[in-house]
Design a protein around this ligand. Structure first.
Ligand code: PHE
Ligand code: FE
Length: 289
């Protein structure tokens, strides 16, 4: 209970005293709530359909194949999905489930869920006036953006390892570094497919504007993922990314993050973080503007 109060105080402070979005009254010790699917209104389901449709039209040629295939299999186009049905299918595929949460949750709870193959999905949906942009993750971002790739065995395993790595980083003072890696891969990552660059990051895949922007040659930097370099790089949360890190495939992401990060955290902490638009002398831009 104390930890919960601390968390709520921290979030309230971070957002300039604005109330934390979401209803935290009935949380369990690990911040889980009931999805209460029957309580979604027809207007909310209609807004979901609009969000889904706009995004689905943009996916071909922009999202990686693994994402598109799994999304289609989810049959989630007609309204906000029932998490229980999704969990059943997901558990059968990769041993993951999704759990309903009221909104942002503390790091310890978040990492613990991931380490146990549970993905936290926010229950509330944005307001119509937030159609194009929302600061906090809602059910559309969490579900549409993150859930499909949990059906991919390698990616799903990677997210579990990330959760374990988060618990470990908490004891090493490595959370800032690890958060940058999460941001530039799981949220805003691109992959070099045989047909060209494709998005696999949830923040891109759930955004109408950035899914188009991030692939434009003249947009931002595109550079090959180097884990240590990525963990040194600051990011912007209120604009499109200035740098996109590109992987060859999910196996690379898994393999490159498998080594013990302890020495990396120690090394990175002694250096100045890099601005989001950095290009180091030895780096090559993969896309020429
Ligand atoms: N290998 C990292 C460590 O030892 C943990 C990790 C795995 C982090 C996967 C991110 C992704 O701390
Ligand atoms: Fe996310």
């Amino acid at each position: 209970q104390n930890a919960q109060r601390d968390f709520l105080a921290t979030v309230a402070e971070k957002s300039d005293g604005a109330a934390l979005r979401g209803d935290y009254t009935d949380i369990t010790a690990d911040y889980v709530v009931q999805q209460n699917w029957a309580a979604y209104t027809p207007e909310e389901h209609a807004l979901w359909r609009k969000l889904y449709q706009r995004q689905a039209e943009l996916l071909p040629g922009r999202a990686c194949d693994e994402f598109i295939e799994s999304l289609n299999a989810l049959n989630a186009s007609e309204g906000i999905p029932d998490f229980e049905a999704t969990s059943k299918a997901l558990f059968a595929a990769t041993g993951w489930t999704i759990v309903a949460v009221p909104g942002l949750i503390p790091e310890l709870a978040f990492f613990t869920h991931l380490a146990n193959r549970r993905f936290p999905v926010t229950v509330w949906l944005r307001k119509p006036e937030e159609f194009d942009y929302i600061v906090e993750p809602d059910v559309f971002h969490d579900y549409f953006g993150h859930v499909p790739l949990l059906f991919n065995p390698i990616f799903a395993h990677h997210i579990q390892e990330y959760g374990k790595g988060g618990l470990k980083a908490m004891g090493l003072g490595g959370l800032d570094q690890l958060a940058r890696l999460y941001w530039y891969t799981i949220e805003f990552g691109l992959v070099q497919s045989p047909q060209g660059l494709r998005a696999y990051g949830a923040g891109i895949l759930s955004s109408g504007g950035e899914l188009t922007y991030c692939l434009e040659p003249s947009s931002s930097r595109h550079i090959a993922l180097d884990v240590e370099r990525c963990m040194r790089t600051l990011y912007k949360i209120d604009s499109y990314q200035e740098t996109y890190f590109v992987i060859r495939d999910f196996q690379q992401l898994f393999d490159d993050t498998a080594p013990d990060f302890t020495p990396l955290y120690a090394r990175i902490k002694q250096q100045e973080p890099l601005p989001a638009n950095t290009l180091l002398p030895n780096e090559v831009e993969l896309v020429q503007g």
